[in-house]
Design a protein around this ligand. Sequence first.
Ligand code: TMP
Length: 216
Amino acid sequence: MKRGLFITMEGPEGAGKTTIVHMLAKELAQDGYQVLLTREPGGIPIAEKIREVILDKDHTEMDSRTEALLYAAARRQHLVQKVIPALKEGTIVLCDRFVDSSLAYQGYARGLDMEEIYQINEFAINGLMPDRTLYFDIDPAEGLKRIRANGEREVNRLDLEELQFHEKVKEGYDLIMERWKERFTVIDAGQPIEKVFEQSKQALVEFFAEKRVNNK
Ligand code: TMP
């Protein structure tokens, strides 16, 4: 069966991942690749509504398990409605965050237990893990400084967490990368944006060549 590639972008807040993934999608499309850019939580109307519920700054009473289940629910709907159909058409799907975010944020930083978070997510994704993940590595203090300096960016409920929480997110990602070493490419997101973009693009093009995906 023809199948595209599922590529996810991960990292702590302020790593510039969203900017880079937009640049990548545009450039790859110009180069002739069949690309779909999407994001989590969101990407389709039902999941965007769930996103609003999760990230609403007024929802300070939200329980951590509720939060984890809502991310998994949004993920399920997004996969079924958007990602899986695109992969079946042979599209390269670039997704801004996926299951690793739940493992790092809910599983590790919220202290819910990564294995349990993996279990509820396995119910949602039913075995569909990314083919490749780019990890945008940034010092959490620098990342927070960047988002707080960027007046245009929406500040959500999780951004309001203290530095200690974001340091735990990074520790969580380190554990995830240990577990799924082969899936990850680490990009130093502390570099100037053009460099981050170049390295990300090169990592993807090399991966496409390995998988014999071409742009004709
Ligand atoms: P974004 O700012 O990258 O759009 O992501 C929204 C927030 O949601 C961000 O703080 C990371 C968080 N998040 C989780 O905690 N768990 C998840 O599974 C996902 C996808 C995002």
